[in-house]
Design a protein around this ligand. Structure first.
Ligand SMILES: Cc1cc2nc3c(=O)[nH]c(=O)nc-3n(C[C@H](O)[C@H](O)[C@H](O)COP(=O)(O)OP(=O)(O)OC[C@H]3O[C@@H](n4cnc5c(N)ncnc54)[C@H](O)[C@@H]3O)c2cc1C
Length: 408
């Protein structure tokens, strides 16, 4: 069995969904199919920790309904995995043996969570809805939870797990969020996490898991933790198998040019599977964030339509709320990456701001802790390569407006 579509998208998440929206916004006539091995409309992975912790219902994760796809006249091949890509014949093979041919293809296949060499029935990664369902079930009876890895999976999950609960975090590095904040910011965040009862075990790893009434986790340091479940948040690996087997250029991710095009002229890639230009450094990178996936999905779609739109590059950009603390980071986050650093820290209000400037005094990054309502402003400054308007900026949006007036 074989079917042909002008545009085919593999991956029904941040990148794929935005590509679908963009294709239809500009082209009502072409045929479009969107394929995903998960059998449901697109949902938010970012919100899954809230669902697992019982703070939002399953429907709260939905980004769109089934009817969304039919309204856009898109064919959905959900619950179907693509197992092979043949670029020369513009064709895909699905797990059930059927063939799909395409005019242009978008790889929006995202990434998979890395696991540990030691696992248990009571341990789980968190990437897909099935993982979230399993963790929600395990958490129902749990009195203690341990997470390994200090990124955007472990910390939100621990944060939103119901109370009372004994919570442990095991991290290989010397600080939390080591890939998005510097040591000074991490110290402030850790103080808040510890004040809310989280026990942090640094420079450690899980060597063995022993099954019993509880899991007995043997750490490299020799310490033992007893826990009802283990959440594994050890980062992700891009889903590049199709691209590798098809002979496309792949580094860590599928390498894309400024038009989100792979090394094949009719195959594009976007999101967590794609390795494209970073806005501030110009280097190829995988940002692994929702906003980049959306932006690249949109850009890829415009170029699949032949619009010739160059993408300016992706930004490191994370906003999260953990243990009652808002944390936002945009662009660069380390003193060593900047010519100048301007910061302020109000211990009473808990408001921390650190802004990173280049040699021309332009804003190339910002870290915000406390309320983060002004994160959009910093995003604007970084993404428009604006010069730093002055220290008043650190005090809040209202004061910044006055600064602008004075500067004008
Ligand atoms: C718990 C959690 C919290 C997060 N928190 C944040 C956050 O606070 N902020 C932030 O910016 N980002 C966050 N992220 C990351 C964010 O979710 C990702 O960057 C984003 O989902 C990437 O979107 P994507 O479309 O590239 O890929 P994905 O969301 O990974 O989707 C890829 C899709 O492709 C499908 N697929 C893959 N291979 C095939 C195949 N061969 N055949 C068919 N279908 C296939 C998969 O089933 C999947 O549905 C978080 C992620 C998780 C898991």
């Amino acid at each position: 069995m074989s079917a042909h579509y002008d545009f085919v998208i593999i991956g029904n998440s941040a990148a794929g969904l935005q590509a679908l929206r963009t294709l239809r916004r500009h082209d009502r006539k072409s045929s479009i199919a969107i394929i995903d091995r998960e059998d449901c409309p697109a949902y938010s992975r970012v919100l899954t920790p809230y669902y697992i912790g019982g703070q939002i219902p399953r429907e709260g994760l939905d980004i769109v309904q089934h009817s969304f796809y039919s309204k856009l006249s898109a064919t959905t091949l959900f619950g179907q995995a693509v197992v092979a890509l043949d670029p020369d014949n513009h064709s895909l093979k699905l797990a059930d043996g059927s063939l799909v041919t395409f005019g242009k293809l978008l790889l929006a296949t995202g990434a998979e969570a890395r696991t540990l060499s030691v696992t248990s029935d009571r341990s789980c990664v968190l990437r897909h809805l099935a993982d979230a369902d399993k963790l929600a079930e395990l958490l129902k009876e749990a009195k203690s939870v341990t997470a390994i890895g200090a990124g955007l999976v472990s910390l939100p999950l621990l944060s939103h797990a119901p109370e009372p609960m004994e919570k442990h975090l095991v991290i290989g590095s010397d600080r939390v969020f080591s890939r998005v904040v510097d040591a000074e910011a991490a110290e402030i965040i850790e103080a808040q996490l510890e004040s809310r009862g989280l026990k942090i075990h640094k420079r450690d790893d899980i060597a063995e898991i022993h099954e019993g009434r509880q899991l007995e986790l043997q750490l490299n340091s020799g310490q033992r933790l007893n826990s009802d479940l283990l959440v594994i948040g050890k980062g992700v690996t891009p889903n590049t198998r199709l691209a590798v087997d098809a002979g496309l250029e792949v580094a860590e991710g599928v390498v894309i040019d400024d038009f989100c095009r792979s090394s094949h002229p009719d195959i594009y890639a976007a999101g967590d599977t794609a390795e494209g230009k970073d806005f501030t450094s110009g280097e190829k990178t995988i940002q692994g964030n929702w906003m980049t996936a959306v932006e690249q999905g949109e850009n890829a779609a415009l170029n699949m339509l032949g619009r010739g739109c160059a993408y300016q590059g992706s930004l490191k950009n994370n906003i999260t709320e953990i243990f009652g603390l808002e944390v936002a980071t945009i662009g660069h986050y380390q003193d060593s990456e900047a010519s100048q650093v301007v910061s302020s820290w109000n211990k009473v209000t808990g408001r921390f701001r650190k802004v990173f400037l280049d040699e021309k005094h332009r804003v190339i990054g910002a870290t915000m802790i406390g309320e983060t309502n002004d994160s959009g402003l910093y995003y604007q400054l970084v993404s428009t390569r604006s010069t730093f308007p002055g220290r008043e900026l650190l005090n809040g949006t209202a004061n910044y407006a006055q600064t602008k007036l004075r500067l004008a």
